[in-house]
Design a protein around this ligand. Structure first.
Ligand SMILES: [Zn+2]
Ligand SMILES: [Zn+2]
Length: 146
């Protein structure tokens, strides 16, 4: 965890960007968050200590961290962007009920040959799998409420 903060300091210095208290707090929240938070989630958490912060600042900071490769973004079609402090290559499982996201690793996936139509389609810059369904917690809940 400390390494990420050292990295942030160094990158800020290299880009000539001042590491403000706000940026640091936003970064702390995204690193702490294990549940792929949205901009609103992070905003609601940093607001507690910094009531005057705007959602726009949070949004811009997260995108800056993203452009520096410190965090990644989860692309889901249905709703707003969710951010991810996990920058290792991984895939996601999405519960369509509670909208929580889980990481999973599947190294063998990258050695599977892509279908011809995908290779011919254009330049491939990323390969991710998204599993959708209903998580065990939600399944349990629907069982007990029945
Ligand atoms: Zn669920
Ligand atoms: Zn993730």
């Amino acid at each position: 965890m400390d390494n990420k903060f050292e990295l942030l300091k160094e990158i800020c210095k290299n880009h000539g960007v001042k590491l403000t208290y706000q940026k640091l707090e936003i970064f702390r929240e995204i690193i702490k968050a294990k549940n792929h938070p949205s901009v609103e989630d992070i905003y609601n958490r940093v607001k507690v200590n910094m009531p005057t912060i705007s959602i726009d600042t949070v949004y811009r900071s997260l995108n800056t961290f993203y452009s520096w490769g410190l965090i990644s973004k989860v692309h889901i079609f249905c709703d707003k962007a969710r951010f991810d402090s996990n920058t290792r290559l991984h895939h996601h499982m999405l519960c369509t009920e509670c909208e929580k996201l889980w990481d999973f690793y599947w190294p063998e996936f990258y050695s599977i040959e892509l279908p011809a139509e995908v290779k011919e389609w254009g330049n491939i810059e990323g390969q991710f799998v998204e599993i959708r369904g209903i998580c065990r917690e939600c399944l349990k809940e629907s069982e007990t409420s029945r």
